[in-house]
Write a protein that binds this ligand. Structure first.
Ligand code: GLP
Length: 251
């Protein structure tokens, strides 16, 4: 059963994450952080950066693994998750960019027809996480349909990192980042699997706003089901779900 914390706003949620991760880094300077894109984690990264600066915490050894990435965009594209993670986390926190990995990095330039390279990328990413000793704290957002990373409803709860086709709905939702032009939105992605995510030692899921209320209720109080991939958090021994009142309104 996940612990649910209801907060006033994103800043209060961010402060909880920031304190937790700052203390982790003090105790374990080469901590392994699981990172996510999306708007939900932004206040958390800002809070962590503030604490790191105020308390002069050495982050030079911190390592990071991102959740997911589009396929078919150059890493330098501003909407690639590689660029987003570097802009929103690596730079503001002052992390060593060489220690932060995004799952699409090893596939840059790979055509979707390169089956062998595509099939090998997921297991290679999971092996890299394992070689690092596993993820200490994984931050997560949630899609309105209960997806985490790019694990859409129907994803196996035991899945590892793998290449997937994006659903039409997710492409439509994300067209806002691509001049509202669906044709520019990638058709494929690579995402940590639900099984990969469940291996992290601590999961912190953040959700804000009434639009997430249904997904949060399904995650916390629904049955564990592939129809709501985030419901897999119920299987995890240390999952913290931090929501504002609007996102908690269906609980
Ligand atoms: C995308 C990402 C997810 C993210 C979700 C919600 O689909 N792949 O990792 O959690 O969007 O984004 P937001 O936090 O902006 O609501």
């Amino acid at each position: 059963m996940a612990e649910v914390i209801i907060v006033k706003d994103e800043a209060e949620a961010g402060a909880i994450y920031g304190r937790c991760v700052a203390d982790l880094i003090k105790a374990k300077p080469d901590a392994v952080l699981g990172l996510a894109t999306g708007s939900s984690p932004l206040a958390a990264y800002r809070a962590l950066a503030g604490i790191v600066e105020a308390e002069s915490i050495d982050v030079s050894q911190v390592r990071g693994f991102a959740l997911d990435e589009y396929l078919g965009l150059p890493l330098t594209h501003p909407e690639s998750y590689h660029a987003t993670i570097h802009r929103t986390v690596v730079e503001p926190l002052g992390l060593d960019p060489a220690k932060v990995h995004v799952p699409g990095d090893i596939l840059e330039g790979a055509p979707l027809s390169d089956g062998e390279r595509i099939a090998g990328a997921g297991p290679a990413y999971d092996a890299a996480i394992e070689a690092a000793g596993g993820i200490d704290v994984q931050i997560l957002g949630i899609g309105t349909d209960g997806h985490v990373g790019f694990n859409e409803p129907g994803s196996s709860l035991a899945s590892g990192t793998r290449v997937k086709t994006l659903t039409e709905q997710t492409r439509i939702d994300n067209a806002r980042f691509f001049d509202d032009d669906l044709a520019q939105v990638p058709t494929h992605c690579i995402t940590q699997g639900i099984g990969t995510i469940l291996k992290a030692r601590h999961l912190v899921l953040l959700a804000f706003g009434a639009g997430k209320a249904e997904a949060v209720a399904e995650t916390v109080e629904g049955g564990v089901s592939a129809f709501c991939p985030a419901s897999a958090l119920q299987l995890h021994p240390h999952a913290t779900i931090i929501v504002d009142e609007a996102a908690a309104s269906r609980l």
